[in-house]
Design a binder for this molecule. Structure first.
Ligand code: AMP
Ligand code: MG
Length: 336
């Protein structure tokens, strides 16, 4: 009897140790940003293998979309070293970008690269170009003219507003293929989750405070993408203290001066979320909210320059403000 009891306890211990979820964390630099991958698994070796596979995939994606790596597909196309879109990943992102370009009435435009470069955002040798130069370059930013066969003369592409979201989706796919069921990715502020936390609770994701250190809001989510675009991410200031941010208004060729400080999109598709953050930022709050009412297949959190917090009704239970706002507004798709 005693032996049976011992055996029972040993089995119980073995069962619980085999179920114990171990956290494996790895940080690395890719796509011009810091990335952190956290995987929960009862098999740390499997977690490590999955993360290695993920890193290879992210590097492969960077090899396609980087505007600065001299062997990347985008670099070659931008510099006339290669014609046409022959890479499947590039075609997929181009097609998706065209849809968002149309849907956002041009607020999202990966054809802005000639202008973004002129402002120095590629080299960090920042300058304010002349109005004439901007007007001249704007002629080469009609993204509707880009076809699989190649770029019209003078045009250059930059998928910086969407590629990290795409990489996040592919990274999640790799983790799933490796049998991982619980993970969270932070690709330079783009958060993507897989499954639930190891104790089956929701993930708690912070939305950065644009005015100070720390988080402005906390958001509880299941498996999804939480992507933020903020003017604070990259900018320069001229001698008069005017701030020029890295998100451009394709209508003017100048950095966006919308009323938004940051916009966060929550939806299952990371590429869609990433493209939308940039689009809604450029639109400004009023147009962004109207866009959402016409396309309510995502949720949003907008922090405005007037210290307002505006978010979609679906997030009412999951969003927690962590700082004080001058106004908090929860928008329903039916509000006028
Ligand atoms: P994000 O941080 O996702 O908003 O992406 C911003 C990056 O996308 C910038 O650093 C530029 O490389 C590029 N970009 C800037 N403005 C636009 C725009 N209106 N549409 C598409 N890409 C843009
Ligand atoms: Mg984006």
């Amino acid at each position: 009897m005693k032996t049976i009891r011992y055996l029972f306890y040993i089995c119980l211990i073995l069962f619980f140790t085999s179920c114990k979820q171990v956290k494996t964390v790895e940080s690395f630099k890719a796509m011009n940003t810091f990335m952190t991958v956290t995987v929960f698994s009862n098999n740390p070796k499997k977690a490590e293998q999955a993360i290695n596979g993920l890193k290879i995939k992210v590097n492969e994606i960077e090899d396609v979309f980087s505007t600065t790596r001299e062997n990347s597909d985008v670099y070659k196309i931008n510099n006339g070293l290669e014609y046409g879109f022959n890479n499947e990943m590039l075609k997929e992102v181009l097609d998706f970008s065209k849809t968002i370009y149309r849907k956002s009435s041009g607020a999202f435009n990966p054809g802005m690269y000639p202008i973004i470069k002129e402002w120095g955002f590629t080299t960090e040798e920042y300058k304010v170009p002349s109005k004439t130069k901007i007007e001249e370059l704007l002629k080469y930013t009609d993204f509707s003219k880009v076809e699989y066969s190649g770029l019209p003369e003078g045009m250059q592409l930059d998928f910086g507003a969407i590629a990290k979201g795409y990489a996040g989706d592919k990274a999640i796919e790799i983790l799933k293929e490796c049998g991982i069921t619980s993970a969270i990715l932070d690709f330079g502020g783009n958060i993507q989750t897989l499954g639930l936390k190891s104790d089956d609770s929701l993930w708690k994701v912070g939305i950065r405070n644009p005015w100070n250190n720390g988080a402005a809001c906390a958001l509880k989510v299941k498996e999804t993408a939480v992507v933020t675009s903020g003017g604070y991410e990259r900018f320069f200031e001229d001698e008069n203290g005017n701030r020029y941010i890295h998100i451009f208004d394709p209508e003017t060729g100048y950095p966006s001066t919308s009323d938004i400080e940051s916009v966060t999109i929550v939806c299952p598709n990371g590429m869609y979320a990433d493209a939308l953050t940039t689009s809604l930022f450029v639109m400004g709050t009023k147009k962004a909210v109207n866009f959402w009412k016409e396309n309510p297949d995502f949720d949003f959190v907008i922090l405005t320059k007037k210290h307002e917090l505006i978010f979609s009704r679906n997030l009412e239970q999951s969003l927690e403000p962590l700082i004080s706002f001058d106004c908090i507004e929860c928008i329903s798709a039916f509000d006028l």
